[in-house]
Design a binder for this molecule. Structure first.
Ligand SMILES: *Cc1c(COP(=O)(O)O)cnc(C)c1O
Length: 220
């Protein structure tokens, strides 16, 4: 069933990208947080290699051993990162999508040097200026990008989670403009409910959880 979901989603993703004239591949990040391990293994068997997790500890438990079996995995951290978890995060993840402060950027840079690892980084932008949401404010984004460039922490793109009560497309368009303003090429935006809109507006990465795996287990 998971294999079928992935195949169908990849078709939809490719068709939507074509329809809207988006060049290049749109990457399907399968969000495996709070999903049963049997489903993760089904996805792996189906050839899926890019996964997203929002908690470092949960990801470590799930992926440490699977990572050894699949050296070609690409793990994305899509949840907030505390500086005390940076060491584990650098050890486990290939892509960190949620940089939102200079302090975190500095910690990541020095940990990458310590572990001699290169990590792909995105900055998370709080496009809806929501108090409870992670991400740098639009106002503070230019300074954060500048800081990351100054310390030579390569930032490849921007990531956002639109407010639930506003049209997602507005936020996707805004994120695209912010990325273009700063010469950033990658855009992680769009989830199960709105990924086609996100692709229409230039997403390079869509983060799909329930569309791939079904409902999450809410209690852990
Ligand atoms: C959980 C999560 C997703 C996946 O959400 P679905 O609606 O299940 O596709 C995407 N992005 C982030 C940041 C998430 O935390």
């Amino acid at each position: 069933m998971i294999a079928e979901n992935i195949a169908a989603l990849k078709k939809t993703i490719a068709r939507t990208a074509r329809e809207y004239g988006q060049a290049g591949n749109v990457c399907l990040v399968a969000v495996s947080k709070q999903q049963e391990n049997v489903k993760i293994d089904e996805a792996l068997e189906a050839g899926q290699r890019v996964f997203g997790e929002n908690r470092v500890q949960e990801a470590k438990e799930r992926w440490a051993e699977r990572r050894a079996r699949h050296p070609d995995l690409e793990l994305h951290l899509i949840g907030p990162l505390q500086t005390n978890k940076v060491r584990d995060a650098v050890a486990l993840f290939n892509v960190i999508e949620t940089i939102d402060s200079e302090k975190l950027a500095d910690a990541l840079k020095s940990e990458c040097e310590k572990q001699k690892k290169t990590i792909t980084c995105f900055i998370q932008v709080n496009t809806g200026a929501e108090e409870q949401k992670a991400g740098v404010s639009i106002e503070e984004l230019p300074a954060l990008i500048e800081h990351c460039r100054a310390i030579d922490l390569g930032i490849e793109g921007l990531m956002a989670i639109p407010p639930v009560d506003e049209p997602a497309s507005l936020h996707f368009a805004l994120l695209k403009k912010l990325a273009a303003d700063h010469g950033l090429k990658k855009l992680s935006m769009g989830m199960s409910g709105d990924f086609e809109k996100a692709i229409a507006l230039g997403a390079t990465h869509v983060r799909l959880g329930t569309a791939v795996f079904g409902e999450r287990i809410t209690q852990r």
